[in-house]
Design a protein around this ligand. Structure first.
Ligand code: MV4
Length: 453
């Protein structure tokens, strides 16, 4: 029986909150926006059917304040909460609180979020299922002696990672034993400060990999499909700079293996709703499970463009305990999509300089093959308190070369006066020969910038 939600609270801000509210509107479901007191004029509060202030600008007292958000849902009578990405989207205790208060959390169960959030547990679970993982330590490394013997067994270079990590925090690449102790201790300290958990594990460092991820969808009835993959290899400081779909640098045969592996992994962990499995693919086309993200991703629009599927709509459909709207045979990948993030910072020779200010004039790109997911409007004040992402430009064409050309045009049209952005940095990438030739790995951008400085 198809259930429905009367009202969904969007526990986020910025462009992803706008994105979710748009789909709720398309589905005829009322939306509730939350905002901190400095965000009262944000676009998402204007587009939602109702909005409610949940606290002061400090995210710990507002967008990360679990009980305030639960209270907002109870006060407004929301049946469900969509967490978006970031903030509490992968916080198991928040998902658990939703379960306790009988508010549907639009995402996997709190148990699965907890398991996948522990990178050591998730890796061991995948190993159990026969899924390729990077050779490394057998669990957490308790002390320096174990670190030394483990690194010796694996063989340098090795990479140290935090159990509760993500985005590169608490991560160190170590090329020889003399650098090991400092790397181990600094990684532990960084992980303790960032995650409140200093537990570390170690892996063989895979040289110059591609970062390939697979979008999966699983309903609560046991059906699992994939929506093909994305290539997110162009990164800087562990932030994805450009994302594209499908991953044309990897052969279709290898991608088929990643798709089969992703379906197996999703079923093995008892995953439900929408998720992403990240892999490293090396020069020999060997691939290794890296992590499973239990949320919708920033880069989901490139997958929507090549499949024609509204992923947020399917998240809500799954949360309503409906069967997946698609079978695997219904998924037909067509064309190529690329995404650039527009951030309120500019890239200078001394790195990224954050920017804020009032948007005096704004011209958003458009025309054939251009989609803009944005949270800005003329007169909006960019605040320095939260993530610096202002908009995402997604371009689509029948092939990668044309999608790049359209992105180059769209970036030229993107004008925002009053705040500095990384638009010109992205435009340089669209005209970089190695990018155009799709001949680069995850270290490319950092090495290119190191050469310049
Ligand atoms: C790796 C790796 C190579 N070998 N693991 C993990 C967190 C994610 N943000 C990046 N991660 C990586 N894990 C092994 N065993 C390469 C990456 C990686 C990366 C590492 C350092 C600097 C930039 C990077 C960009 C993408 C992937």
């Amino acid at each position: 029986m198809t259930k429905s939600f009367n009202k969904v609270l969007v526990a986020n801000r910025g462009e992803i909150a706008v994105r979710i509210i748009r789909t709720l509107k398309d589905m005829g479901i009322k939306s509730v926006a939350i905002f901190s007191d400095v965000d009262k004029d944000c676009l998402h509060t204007k587009l939602a059917d109702e909005s409610i202030c949940i606290g002061p600008k400090n995210a710990k007292e507002s967008y990360l304040n679990k009980i305030q958000i639960i209270n907002a849902a109870l006060i407004t009578g929301a049946d469900a909460i969509h967490p978006g990405f970031g903030f509490l989207s992968e916080n198991p205790s928040f998902a658990k609180m939703c379960e306790i208060y009988n508010i549907k959390f639009i995402g996997p169960s709190s148990k699965v979020i907890e398991m996948m959030g522990n990178k050591n547990v998730s890796k061991n679970m995948m190993k159990e299922a026969g899924i390729p993982v990077v050779p490394g330590s057998d669990g957490i490394i308790e002390d320096m002696n174990t670190a030394k013997s483990t690194a010796k067994n694996i063989g340098y270079p090795v990479i140290i990672k935090a159990r509760s990590g993500g985005g590169g925090k608490g991560m160190r690449i170590v090329n020889n034993q003399k650098d090991l102790e400092l790397a181990f201790l600094s990684a532990k300290k960084e992980a303790e400060n960032a995650f409140g958990d200093g537990a570390l594990y170690m892996e063989k460092f895979i040289q110059d990999p591609r970062h390939i991820e697979v979008q999966i969808m699983a309903d609560e009835l046991g059906n699992v499909i994939h929506l093909s993959g994305r290539d997110c290899s162009l990164q800087l400081n562990h932030q994805k700079v450009i994302e594209e779909a499908p991953p044309t640098a990897i052969s279709p045969e290898i991608m088929e293996k990643l798709y089969e592996t992703s379906i197996k992994a999703t079923k093995h962990v008892g995953y439900t709703n929408v998720g992403t499995i990240e892999y490293l693919v090396d020069k020999n086309d060997d691939f290794y499970f890296m992590e499973m993200n239990t949320r919708i991703q920033v880069e989901h629009p490139v997958t929507e463009m090549i499949t024609g599927i509204d992923i947020v709509k399917e998240q809500i459909n799954i949360a309503l305990e409906n069967k997946l709207s698609y079978k695997q045979d219904d998924i037909n990948v067509k064309g190529h999509a690329i995404e650039c993030r527009v951030n309120a910072y500019e890239y200078t020779d001394s790195g990224f300089i954050p920017s804020s200010g009032k948007i005096e004039a704004l011209n958003l790109p458009g025309g054939p093959g251009v989609r803009i997911d944005n949270s800005i409007y003329q007169g909006y004040e960019i605040l320095p308190f939260y993530d610096s992402m202002l908009a995402k430009i997604i371009t689509y064409a029948s092939n990668r070369t044309d999608a790049i050309k359209i992105m180059d045009r769209a970036l030229s049209e993107f004008e925002v006066n009053g705040v500095n952005t990384n638009v010109s940095f992205n435009k340089k990438i669209m005209n970089d020969q190695n990018f155009i030739d799709n001949a680069f790995s995850t270290s490319y951008l950092q090495e290119k910038l190191n050469k310049k400085s």
